[in-house]
Write a protein that binds this ligand. Structure first.
Ligand code: DOR
Ligand code: ZN
Ligand code: ZN
Length: 444
């Protein structure tokens, strides 16, 4: 048998140790992992030059935009950024324009993405107003529903417990995961009124608009309402240790609930908001050093399921708007996350095994992504080769994302993804895209 590709001379994790070997990929799947002498013959051979091979990273929280928001990001630039960042699968959020809130709009989005993506893409949907449409979406190829409590993306009024309860129940009936941005909308509106009345308009006022309790109360509310129907619940970008503790407690009570944290909430603090203004504004916002430190401990302690980017690109003018109230919250993350975490591995703060769990195997499990999250035989040929020794400085002007700014600009890190394969196709090499658009698949 002659297979399509052998990736040789790489190190792979086995039982917590790095062992030398190679990976054979045929027809997009991994067919053999082992010592080079034991690999089948192949038509193509790529020398890994001693780099570390990891299963492709999976980002469960990405806003790819496109369609009417293509000026912020499009399927090609967003998935180019993903490939350069070592991600082989990304899950797209539904607050696009038009919103992914019907089968028609989902199909519009899939059609726009087809042939234009470099990595695999899955789609979330918002809850539509009509129950029949929700039922149809629940049976369609989506990875789950998304509820943003802070900024209603859906025409449903989720400030009403009954409305939220019905949505969760419907998702549970179809065994669909519901991802939640948990910040209390009514509290936010009240705070916005007060702050505007006082003339507040500095970047730091965004922190006063979104204090920790706005998140904590929303997490408690959703957990309470979910007790009734017990859907698969996933809390997006949790930014406070108190919310993580509430989620951990709910897990102990047997709720099917998980959570993610972003690199910016782990590695940046409020100080960056005064220093960088709009470039450091996202919701939920950056927190105190104490909270960020506690979150990092919780990541290492296994209380946080996954790390996700919340890659939320905007045009630079939207980040640098004169008034705080015109600044769009959100930052790009796809090209900084893996390097920042490899750097923590190098500092001895995180094991490679834990990194792989947080960014690949556990997301695959949570979102039921079959064939993803492992370099095992039979899994998809989604692989990233990383150089654990390269020392470099994050420079957003080199991003493939249209959002060429980052609060991590100028940060020196050790560790970098250098080759990304999607289903056995080399997509990124040395920071450049080397494949034609269309090698990513749309998850179904
Ligand atoms: O900072 C954010 N940006 N938070 C969100 O919830 C939405 C996102 C976006 O779409 O820009
Ligand atoms: Zn959000
Ligand atoms: Zn988001």
């Amino acid at each position: 048998m002659v297979v399509d590709l052998n990736i040789v001379d790489v190190k792979m994790l086995q039982g917590g140790l790095l062992v030398e070997g190679g990976i054979s990929v045929d027809d997009g799947r991994i067919v053999k992992v082992g010592k080079e002498v034991n690999l089948p013959a192949s038509s193509e051979r790529i020398d890994g030059e001693g780099l570390v091979a990891l299963p492709g990273m999976i980002d469960a929280h990405v806003h790819l935009r496109d369609l009417r928001l293509s000026y912020k990001e499009d399927f090609l630039t967003g998935t180019s950024a993903a490939a350069c960042g070592g991600f082989t699968t990304v899950l797209d959020m539904p607050n696009s324009d038009p919103k992914t809130d019907s089968l028609k709009h989902l199909e519009m989005r899939r059609r726009a993405a087809r042939g234009r993506v470099l990595v695999n893409v899955g789609f979330y949907a918002c809850f539509p107003e009509e129950q029949e449409e929700t039922e149809r979406l629940a049976e369609s190829p989506i990875v789950g529903f998304k509820i943003n409590l802070s900024d209603p993306w859906s025409r449903l009024n989720f400030d009403d417990d009954d409305v939220l309860s019905s949505a969760l129940r419907l998702a549970a009936t179809h065994d669909r995961l519901v991802a939640v941005h948990a910040e209390d909308h009514l509290a936010l509106m009240e705070r916005e009124r007060e702050l505007r009345a006082k003339g507040a308009d500095r970047p730091e006022d965004f922190l006063r608009l979104h204090p920790p309790e706005v998140e904590v109360s929303a997490v408690h509310r959703v957990l309470r309402i979910a007790e009734g129907s017990r859907p698969r619940l996933h809390f997006c970008h949790v930014s406070t240790a108190e919310a993580v503790r509430a989620i951990a407690e709910a897990k102990r009570r047997g709720l099917r609930v998980t959570c993610e944290v972003t690199p910016h909430h782990l590695f940046l603090t409020e100080e960056a908001v005064s220093r960088l203004g709009g470039i450091a504004i996202m919701s939920p916002p950056l927190r105190s050093p104490k909270i960020a430190g506690d979150l990092w401990k919780m990541v290492k302690g296994g209380l946080i399921d996954i790390i996700a980017d919340d890659h939320a690109p905007h045009a630079l003018e939207e980040k640098e708007a004169e008034s705080l109230w015109d600044v769009r919250p959100g930052i790009p993350g796809l090209e900084t996350t893996l390097p920042l975490l490899l750097d923590r591995v190098n500092r001895g703060e995180l094991s490679l095994w834990d990194l792989t769990r947080l960014l690949s195997s556990r997301p695959a499990e949570l979102f039921h992504l079959r064939g993803k999250g492992s370099l095992g035989e039979g899994f998809d040929g989604d692989v990233v080769l990383v150089d654990l020794r390269e020392r470099w400085v994050i420079d957003s002007s080199k991003f493939k994302s249209k959002a060429k700014y980052s609060p991590f600009d100028g940060t020196e890190v050790v560790g970098r993804p250098v080759k990304t394969f999607v289903a056995g196709t080399l997509v990124m090499e040395g920071g450049e895209i080397v494949a034609e658009p269309g090698c990513g698949r749309l998850l179904s």
